[in-house]
Design a protein around this ligand. Structure first.
Ligand code: ATP
Ligand code: MG
Length: 479
């Protein structure tokens, strides 16, 4: 027999001693299992959650642990799953009784019976997630690794403990999890597993949208999200999840003119932006910024390939996509729409940066000008070093101008310098269309740089515009 490894240095958090004591009180064997053990060995920073499996009732154990803890934290019981959770010192601890699972065709929720530790390890998704450390007094910290999970951690491999065909078919969410871990940890999915995912891809249909999105978020938040999206594409899962991206794949050629492959371009943009931001929704924006290009693609002899209005079409598609995936249709969705809609604006003005174009850009982007610039910089994927440098320089100039214009004109969060009430009072008129016309004219004059964004200039401009419209300044205000 090979030597037993011990990882008690992973178990310094005081809650582990308490679990050991509680288990002894109830005469239960308990183990810490899964992500906590994996992430300790990978040195992935401090864990936020701990999974405990006990040979017996997880709920009973959780209650005993709470009793022994200084402030007796509340135990949350999930009866249907036979699990319980409590929070202590900023960490969530989940308790479950060891179980054996068997699956039916139509659901990812198994029939569950009590089992041994080995049964429980068998039901885990990957060898690297089946690692367990004993919490018993006699062998505290000893590793139980029946499937060679440690070796797979070392060789960076995602592998299922049992036959991958059965594992993925039983619970197809595991296909998403495999790809998500490959992306997060930069691991390879073992060949048989990859084939099994391709084979079972259609089973993804039984997984709820919410769970799929949860995994998509994690893929997007990994260091290099393209790893995950390329795997989704390679295994054939992507068309079930984000057909809009698949539609961007491929290069067409007509009369010797080709356009770039917008799928691979998109993935490059996502990787680029991930070096500069951890904002999930900005990363989503990068992923979706070109989706309008598939339905708007045209070829004409005169100008070659065009994607007219793809930003507008893309923004509309964002809504449908969020709705289909049951993602929130809230300000996050609106933010992504805005980014997609405006994604070409800085590029258009970069070749000739005028003050008024910059003012309009800042006016339209509002609070999100910074994010928009980050997106556009990530969008530069040219392999020509000269052009790469030129485009980045142009954006530096745009950024500089944004600062200058902002200091001078305060366009961000633009508030009309003259109010509707003041216009009514000045010309002694009731609410009417003229008021909107005058307000709009003032705004335009400011954005065009005809007048500065100040009260006095705007007031004078209002008088001028009003008189042009045939209005007369109220008697008591005439000088
Ligand atoms: P993270 O918390 O970083 O997402 P994790 O591995 O801890 O990673 P959890 O979803 O917290 O993932 O699950 C905890 C453990 O439960 C996993 O390590 C794995 O052993 C097991 N597990 C979770 N989901 C599944 C599943 N769908 N099939 C089999 N085992 C699973
Ligand atoms: Mg976890």
């Amino acid at each position: 027999m090979s030597e037993v490894k011990n990882y008690k240095e992973a178990l310094t958090h005081s809650v582990f001693k308490t679990i050991t004591q509680a288990s002894a009180n109830l005469q239960l064997e308990s183990y810490v299992i899964g992500g906590f053990v994996r992430d300790h060995i990978l040195q992935r920073g401090t864990a936020k959650d701990i999974d405990i499996v006990t040979i017996g009732s997880g709920i009973e154990l959780a209650k005993e642990v709470s009793k022994l803890l200084p402030n007796n934290p509340k135990v949350q019981v999930f009866k249907t799953y036979g699990t319980a959770m409590l929070k202590t010192e900023g960490i969530e601890v989940e308790f479950v009784g060891a179980r054996k699972e068997s699956y039916r065709e139509d659901s990812r929720n198994p029939i569950v019976e009590n089992g041994t530790l080995q049964d429980d390890q068998d039901r885990r998704d990957f060898t690297i997630n089946a690692l367990a450390l004993s919490l018993s007094k006699s062998d505290f910290g000893n590793l139980l690794d029946p499937f060679g999970g440690i070796d797979d951690l070392k060789s960076k491999i995602i592998r299922t403990p049992l036959d991958p065909n059965i594992t993925y078919s039983d619970d197809p969410l595991r296909m998403m999890r495999a790809i998500r871990f490959a992306s997060q940890l930069n691991f390879k999915i073992e060949k048989e597993s990859l084939e099994a995912i391709s084979k079972n891809k259609d089973r993804i249909k039984i997984i709820t949208k919410e769970r799929i999105v949860e995994e998509l978020h994690k893929i997007l938040l990994s260091d290099k999200p393209s790893v995950g999206f390329l795997l989704l594409e390679k295994t054939g899962l992507l068309p079930y999840i984000l057909p809009e991206l698949i539609a961007l794949k491929g290069i067409d050629e007509v009369e010797g003119q080709r356009h770039k492959d917008n799928f691979y371009h998109t993935l490059e943009v996502v990787d680029n932006i991930s070096e500069n931001t951890d904002d999930l929704w900005l990363r989503w924006s990068a992923l979706l910024h070109d989706i309008g290009k598939a339905p708007t693609k045209r070829f004409s002899k005169k100008v070659g390939w065009t994607f007219h209005g793809h930003e507008f079409v893309g923004a509309k598609m964002v809504f449908k996509l969020f709705k289909r995936l049951k993602m929130p249709l809230n300000d996050k969705m609106k933010f992504v729409q805005k980014m997609v809609l405006m994604s070409s604006r800085p590029i258009v003005i970069a070749s000739e940066v005028t003050d008024s174009a910059v003012r309009r850009l800042v006016f339209d982007a509002g609070d999100y000008i910074e994010e928009l610039m980050t997106l556009c910089e990530a969008d530069i994927t040219t392999k020509n070093p000269k052009r790469f440098k030129k485009y980045h320089n142009n954006f530096k100039i745009v950024r500089q101008k944004i600062v200058e214009v902002e200091e001078r004109d305060h366009i961000r969060n633009f508030q009309p310098p003259v109010s509707g009430e003041e216009i009514m009072e000045t010309f002694n008129i009731k609410p009417s269309r003229e008021i909107g016309t005058i307000k709009e004219a003032i705004k335009e004059a400011i954005l065009e740089g005809e007048i500065v964004n100040e009260y006095k200039a705007a007031y004078e401009y209002m008088i001028k515009k009003g008189e042009e419209l045939g209005l007369k300044v109220a008697k008591h205000l005439r000088i």
